[in-house]
Design a protein around this ligand. Structure first.
Ligand code: ARG
Ligand code: ZN
Length: 858
């Protein structure tokens, strides 16, 4: 069944209040739910109350205190005929949390109970109008064995607690803020908190807790610090103040996604909470800060103002991703954060936008909403709002968001409401800009520059590619920050913001000198691809001189992309290949040795474009050829710059551990230098890699060294892998790293390694982190996944079929990798398609996997 945005109807009945009573047990939990229902004046007057359910059945149904028998089921939903205006409906359900392997609804993880209700998990707990435009005030009572569940948590504030009979106890919670059912949460188990307080700008003292399993409490300080920083930053930057006296975060080890913003009770994947230098990398620290911020920021962009329906998901997710990006930028290096965000967009979102699963940031239809928690809705959604900010300027953008928060507080809103508020508050005309919400596909912008008598004319042409269901597109407003550089001085006369809003247009710039170099889409002001053939020399110039750090990175990327795409596309003769490599080597060498450059930024500039991004540049690509050419360049650079790279590796290896930016930068380039050294000289790579591994005083260095060793065929590889497993035994998040480093390696026998890991005693199909650590790493690994015999495709296909009955949401995430078949050379494409067909032929596929496979086959 396809759900369509245009079919939206307001609910017939509202539920202003709900009281839930849980008798908790890992294997058996009963839920009594009492709903006060009231006819919606804006509804259609229907007599039928539809309460959604999913794999539950009612034990008893009462209306206004009387047991009734004339309820009926419509598929999974419970229907009750009601006349009049208001009633009390009581429904009892019985659950088996330990049998809930989907990890949606109420489930058991590691001996505790927790919930995940977004998007449609609440209906797996009790019958309810499980849609985000039904807002209710929640009162929760729970009782359970004190020994199993010493800590009892729900949304809002704890209002009462006490002892019961036979070693039980109970607690009552009340959340004063009306909320949709997807924000409900309950956690019960043996937990220990790292506690702090935060005083809000209005003077409210808030108790903060990060709850973890006993033994993990020593790894919670960074999460707690990040929460405090988030609360402060949101007050200063967006004027948003927290609105309860308590804010709880709980870390659970079985979780489908990253984390969840339940009101006052965020539930997190342990990987976005637990960190200490010995077990978490610098990247892990950054990810924790970002996700803690993200979930906290949802309190306003998501909870106080929620979504009218799930087509509006980007209303909260796109905006909240932008907010977490700005927060992380403010906490660390703004340019480095921008480069990282663009890299993620290009690796994860661009392929989605050009494939069979492409959808606008506000989709028009879906079969399973869980499939729409995508890089498009999240990351492109953030880019779209960022463009509004760029066009308005920071100050006027803030006036727009102020108006949005004020105008829609307490409502279930739409993307249109958001755009209108920015329009009114920031004083922009966004009429045509709304196309960014309705049209899928990454716009392609081709640019050319002509100069006559000191006047430069920039000609731009845009086209938005056809995507499934959208054969024709209209031109969109594309804000581009541009500057023209003077070759001699290495400077420009000022940056301008131009907006390309027609299919074709040109822009003139005076006083540009006789042969300026164009720097375009600076700061990645628009999420588009720029097409422009440019001499290597111009890119080398920009890589060295552009004062916009993103543009500098971009020039370096373009230089490499241009070369590698030519090499695998039309082909290069030896002289051409050598010339291309020399240009790259020149720019690269300057980056390796530039004493002015800080190491965090150097680390970005040294990254070669990802193979998936290179494949994106070609209509149809040969993954084997891309890999060989890219690896060839890496090895060439490693040999060419061997001395400089060894000197760099030596310099940064002497920097002692600290969490300061300079030391983090040193660690970042340490492993990168090692990557190139190993590519150019595997024996030297093994020697230095093992030395780095053994000398490591933190996980960043140790993991980096192990990653390099994992791809080499040398005795140090086995020594280090065995040491790592023994050293971190019992630490699930670190064992995840052990799996993913091997599954992601470029070792020639990587497929054998992955097969062996799948039957390793530490592998668990029931734990999404472990599944992803092995199989997502494999699916992203060009060597393993694109094995010419199709073994990689078969492996992912088998995984999807085995995982689907256990955890459909996580299984469905793997389909997209096979869905790329149209863009891959014919032999591999046939194998990928065959694998999709094998999945499609399986009986009883989940709605999640069925939707993705059907769309991928096209
Ligand atoms: N709202 C959460 C976040 O972005 C994501 C939860 C999605 N969960 C799911 N099972 N689809 O922070
Ligand atoms: Zn979110």
């Amino acid at each position: 069944p396809v759900i369509r945005r245009e079919d939206y109807l307001p609910p017939a009945w509202l539920v202003p209040e709900i009281a839930l009573d849980f008798a908790l047990g890992l294997d058996a939990t009963t839920v009594v739910s009492r709903l006060s229902v009231r006819r919606n004046p804006a509804g259609n007057g229907a007599q039928t109350l539809r309460l959604n359910g999913d794999q539950i059945s009612p034990v008893a149904v009462h209306v206004d205190g009387e047991a009734i028998n004339d309820w009926r089921m419509d598929g999974p939903d419970l229907l009750i005929e009601l006349s009049g205006e208001a009633h009390e409906v009581r429904v009892e359900t019985a659950l088996v949390p330990s049998g809930n392997s989907q990890l949606m609804g109420l489930y058991a993880s590691n001996g505790m109970l927790c919930t995940q209700c977004e998007a449609e998990g609440f209906r797996r707990i009790t019958f309810f109008p499980d849609r985000p435009d039904v807002l209710s005030t929640y009162s929760v009572r729970m009782a359970g064995a004190k020994a199993t569940f010493p800590i009892l948590l729900a949304n809002g504030n704890c209002t009462a607690q006490g002892e019961g009979e036979n070693g039980t106890h109970w607690a009552e919670w009340h959340d004063p803020w009306p909320k949709p059912s997807y924000l409900f949460a309950l956690v019960a188990g043996e937990l220990i908190a790292n506690h702090a307080t935060f005083t809000t700008m209005g003077g409210r003292t808030v108790d903060l807790n990060v709850w973890v399993r006993p033994g993990d409490e020593g790894r919670t300080q960074h999460a707690l610090d990040s929460l405090i920083a988030s609360m402060k930053w949101d007050e200063e930057t967006f004027g948003r103040e927290y609105d309860l006296d308590l804010f709880n975060i709980v870390a659970v080890s079985d979780f489908n996604m990253g984390a969840m913003e339940n009101k006052g009770l965020n539930v997190f994947n342990t990987r976005y909470v637990l960190a200490d230098p010995e077990t978490a990398t610098d990247a892990d620290y950054d990810a924790i800060e970002g996700v803690i911020g993200h979930e906290y920021f949802h309190n306003w962009s998501g909870n106080r103002i929620t979504c009218r329906d799930w087509f509006q998901l980007s209303l909260k997710e796109g905006f909240t991703v932008l907010r977490d990006q700005l927060f992380s930028a403010a906490m660390g290096s703004e340019p480095v954060k921008r480069i990282e965000d663009v890299r993620v967009l290009r690796i994860a979102q661009f392929p989605e936008d050009s494939g069979p699963l492409a959808h606008p940031i506000r989709p028009d239809s879906y079969q399973e909403i869980s499939n729409f928690y995508t890089a498009t809705v999240y990351n492109k959604g953030a880019e779209v709002i960022r463009m509004m900010r760029t066009m308005a300027g920071e100050e006027r953008f803030r006036q727009g968001t102020d108006l949005y928060f004020e105008r829609h507080d307490g409502e279930a809103a739409t993307c249109e409401d958001f755009v209108k508020a920015i329009e009114d508050g920031a004083g922009l005309d966004l009429t045509q800009f709304r196309l960014w919400y309705s049209q899928a596909g990454t716009p392609q912008v081709s640019a050319s520059l002509k100069v006559e008598n000191g006047t430069a004319v920039l000609s731009l042409r845009q086209s938005v590619p056809a995507t499934p269901g959208q054969p024709e597109k209209q031109p969109m407003p594309i804000p581009l920050r541009v500057a023209l550089f003077d070759r001699a001085s290495g400077t420009h006369g000022g940056e301008s913001l131009i907006v390309l809003d027609k299919a074709e247009d040109s822009f003139t710039f005076d006083g540009a000198g006789h042969d300026p170099i164009l720097s375009i889409n600076r700061g990645f002001s628009a999420p588009v691809s720029i097409e422009m053939a440019r001499p290597d020399a111009d890119l080398v110039f920009l890589a060295a001189h552009d004062d916009d750090p993103f543009a500098r990175y971009e020039a370096m990327q373009s230089l490499v992309v241009q070369h590698l795409v030519a090499a695998v596309g039309s082909g290069l003769n030896e002289a051409q290949r050598e010339a291309g490599r020399e240009a790259i080597g020149e720019a690269f060498g300057a980056i390796v040795t530039d004493p002015e450059l800080d190491d965090l930024m150097r680390g970005e500039l040294l990254l070669l474009p990802a193979e998936s991004y290179l494949a994106e540049q070609l209509l149809v690509s040969d993954p084997g050829a891309i890999h060989a050419e890219r690896e060839g360049l890496k090895a060439w650079l490693g040999r060419k710059l061997g001395g400089e790279l060894r000197a760099l590796h030596d310099r940064v290896s002497a920097v002692p551990y600290s969490r300061e930016a300079a030391a983090r930068g040193a660690r970042k380039v340490k492993t990168q230098a090692l990557v190139y050294i190993a590519a150019g000289d595997p024996a030297e790579g093994a020697r230095r890699g093992y030395a780095q591994y053994q000398a490591a005083s933190c996980m960043t260095d140790r993991q980096g060294a192990l990653m390099v060793l994992a791809s080499l065929d040398c005795p140090e590889r086995e020594l280090a892998l065995a040491d790592f497993l023994a050293r971190y035994e019992g630490n699930a998040l670190v064992i995840d790293k052990w799996f993913s480093l091997q599954a992601g390696s470029l070792h020639p026998r990587v497929l054998d390694h992955i097969k062996a890991l799948a039957s390793h005693p530490e592998f668990r199909m029931s734990n999404p982190n472990r599944v992803r650590s092995l199989y997502m790493a494999a699916a992203m690994n060009p060597v393993a996944f694109h094995d010419p015999d199709g073994e990689g495709y078969r492996m992912i296909g088998d995984l999807i079929r085995r995982l689907d009955p256990i955890n459909p949401q996580t299984a469905a995430r793997f389909v997209a990798s096979l869905g790329r078949w149209r863009r891959v050379e014919p032999q591999r494409a046939a194998l990928m398609r065959a694998e999709l067909e094998r999945i499609a032929a399986q009986a009883d596929l989940s709605r999640d996997v069925r939707e993705q496979v059907t769309k991928s086959l096209g």
